[in-house]
Write a new protein. Structure first.
Length: 109
């Protein structure tokens, strides 16, 4: 990797800097407010702030909401199932990252 590439790799991660209100998150994903609230109470999403009117969500929440919405619509998974599925997906991603750091090639990619 060249020095120019390294400079680009050190730039800000937009996903970490974005902040969305409950309404903005729902609009961005096409999700119903009651679904998002249920996902928060189930631990799928972790907003900043006290109560739905003051919640702010990060870009990571945007990504997780989109996955949760697909699981709800396509597979009819309930909120506890969504929490479990997302936890397992996060664990798989972490294990794949460990393998890549160790220099091993991940299968299936």
């Amino acid at each position: 990797m060249s020095k120019a590439d390294m400079q680009l790799a050190r730039g800000p991660v937009v996903e970490e800097e974005i902040q969305l209100t409950l309404m903005e998150l729902c609009q961005a994903c096409g999700a119903a407010e009651e679904h998002v609230i249920a996902w928060v109470y189930e631990g799928v999403l972790e907003p900043l702030g006290d109560g739905p009117q003051k919640w702010h969500f990060t870009g990571q929440s945007l990504r997780r909401t989109r996955v949760a919405l697909r699981l709800t619509r396509d597979l009819e998974v309930n909120p506890p199932g969504i929490a479990l599925a997302l936890d397992l997906l996060d664990e798989i991603a972490a294990l794949q990252a460990q393998l890549q750091r160790a220099g091993m090639r991940c299968r299936g990619k």
